[in-house]
Design a protein around this ligand. Structure first.
Ligand code: CMX
Length: 134
C-alpha cells in the first residue's frame, strides 16, 4: 500500500529557467539535477518536507514529457507515491484491474525503482509507484 507522496512531477521546457521560482521565490532546498536516460528526462528535485517537487525537462523529442508539453504546455505531469515493495504493488494493482505502463519496475531518479499506472486507469492522473533502494 502507499506510504506517502514521494514527489510531484512538473513538466518544464527548461530546468534552468524554471528553477529560480522553486529555489529563490518559494525557498525550497535544491537537491540537484540528474539525467534519467531510460525516461529521456533531466530532473531537478526541490525538497518540501518529506516530499519533493520534481521538475522534468525532456532530453529528446520522443520523450513522454516532450509529448506532454507539446499537447498541454508545461504543468503538473504526475504524482508519485512511495511504496515498500514496488513489485508487490504492481501485482496488487493488476489484481485490482488497474492497467500498468510498466509490468516490471524500471530505474527512476534518486536510486528508485518505479512503475507507472496508465492515466486512463487512474482517473486521468499519471501515477507512479516508487520504491526507495536502501
Ligand atoms: N497525465 C495525464 N494524462 C496523460 C499524461 C499525463 N502526464 N500523459 C499522457 N496522458 C494521456 C493523453 O492525454 C492521452 O489521452 P487521450 O487519449 O484522451 O488524448 C493518453 O494519455 C495517451 O497519451 P499520448 O499523448 O497519446 O501518449 P502516449 O500514449 O504515447 O503515452 C503515456 C502516454 C502515459 C503511456 C506515456 O506518457 C508514459 O509512458 N508515461 C510514463 C513515463 C513518463 O512519463 N516518464 C517521465 C517521468 C520520469 C520520472 O519521473 O522519472
Amino acid at each position: 500500500m502507499v506510504k506517502k507522496i514521494n514527489h510531484i512531477g512538473i513538466a518544464v521546457h527548461s530546468i534552468e529557467e524554471s528553477a529560480s521560482l522553486y529555489r529563490d521565490v518559494y525557498g525550497m532546498h535544491d537537491e540537484g539535477i540528474e539525467v534519467v536516460e531510460e525516461q529521456k528526462v533531466k530532473v531537478a528535485f526541490f525538497a518540501v518536507g518529506e516530499s519533493r517537487i520534481e521538475l522534468l525537462e525532456p532530453t529528446s523529442e520522443d520523450s513522454p514529457v516532450a509529448k506532454f508539453i507539446a499537447k498541454n504546455g508545461p504543468g503538473v505531469h504526475h504524482i508519485a507515491y512511495e511504496v515498500e515493495d514496488v513489485c508487490a504493488e504492481i501485482e496488487r494493482l493488476k489484481g485490482e484491474g488497474i492497467r500498468l505502463i510498466d509490468d516490471v519496475p524500471r530505474c527512476g531518479a534518486h536510486h528508485t525503482q518505479i512503475a507507472f499506472l496508465h492515466p486512463k486507469s487512474s482517473g486521468g492522473v499519471l501515477t507512479e509507484m516508487c520504491q526507495m533502494q536502501h
